[in-house]
Design a protein around this ligand. Structure first.
Ligand code: SAM
Length: 263
């Protein structure tokens, strides 16, 4: 038995079901020579399958206490680089020019990881992540549903996302309090001009999700009521519409109109 004690603050729930590990890795469709970046390899449950599939692996693990364990486990493998670093601080020059990404993500940073992907989206072939079931629902929600929100719209700008399968808490040690889902992301070209401004715009629109879009925009984007009403009308939406009722296309139209009045 390993004497290693899992650290809650780093979202450490280690996958102990080898069949599930194989299924997650299969979802990335690993080919010999593929460069795969793994976020949070932990004790190497997924890493092992990637190495067996003859992939080149860059494994980024924040917990320095796990590095000796990983180094020892893969001592005979030349196809792995282990980087001891916070993935959220990784810069594009530390990553391959073309890559697949995989990770059973630490739950506390899963949405931050999603948004970080936009920094090197061009280099991504596909990504497979285990996230909380609740986050998977937000990532794949349809307009007018309860889970539809700013994360859904922002991520839709860069990726097609689907939920592949669920994993019960029993697959992990320690067992997490919530169940997990495996999602696959494939880059899609829908990025609006000035993406940073688009993300703040979308967050502003969803600032008060339960109110009307007009009220939410007034507060979230600090624009007068008559401007909101006019923009919403010109985007082809009804007044009184709520933030969760607009599709991604509605939001890009509204964003373009909003940008015009900023100039
Ligand atoms: N992949 C392993 C598995 O499936 O058993 C571990 C999964 S565990 C849910 C999440 C892993 O991410 C842990 O090893 C944790 O130390 C690591 N981690 C947490 N925060 C991180 C960060 N900011 N950057 C990189 N790794 C991180």
């Amino acid at each position: 038995m390993s004497p290693y004690r899992a650290k809650k603050r780093l979202g450490q729930n280690f996958l102990v079901d080898n069949q599930v590990a194989a299924r997650i890795v299969k979802a990335i469709e690993p080919q010999p020579g593929d460069h795969v970046v793994e976020i949070g390899p932990g004790k190497g449950a997924l890493t092992e399958h990637l190495i067996n599939a003859d992939c080149l692996v860059t494994a980024i693990e924040f917990d320095r206490d796990l590095i000796p364990l990983l180094t020892a486990k893969f001592a005979d493998d030349k196809n792995i680089i282990i980087i001891a670093k916070d993935f959220l601080k990784i810069t594009p020059d530390e990553l391959p020019e073309r890559m697949k990404i995989i990770g059973n993500l630490p739950f506390n940073i899963s949405t931050a990881v999603m948004e970080k992907l936009f920094e090197f989206r061009q280099a991504i072939q596909s990504a497979v992540f285990t996230v909380q079931a609740e986050v998977a629902k937000r990532l794949t929600a349809d307009p007018k549903s309860r889970d539809y929100g700013s994360l859904t719209v922002i991520m839709a700008a860069g990726f097609d996302i689907e939920t592949l399968f669920d994993i019960g808490a029993k697959g992990f040690r320690p067992m997490p309090a919530v169940s997990s889902s495996v999602v696959k992301l494939v880059p899609a070209d829908r990025i609006p001009a000035d993406f940073e401004s688009f993300t703040s715009f979308i967050r502003g629109c969803f600032r008060q999700k339960r109110k009307t879009l007009c009220n939410s925009m007034q507060l979230g984007l600090n624009i007068p009521k008559y401007n909101c009403e006019d923009l919403i009308k010109r985007a082809g939406c009804n007044d009184g519409v709520r933030p969760e009722q607009l599709s991604f296309d509605d939001y890009t139209r509204l964003y373009d109109l909003w940008r015009d009045i900023q100039r």
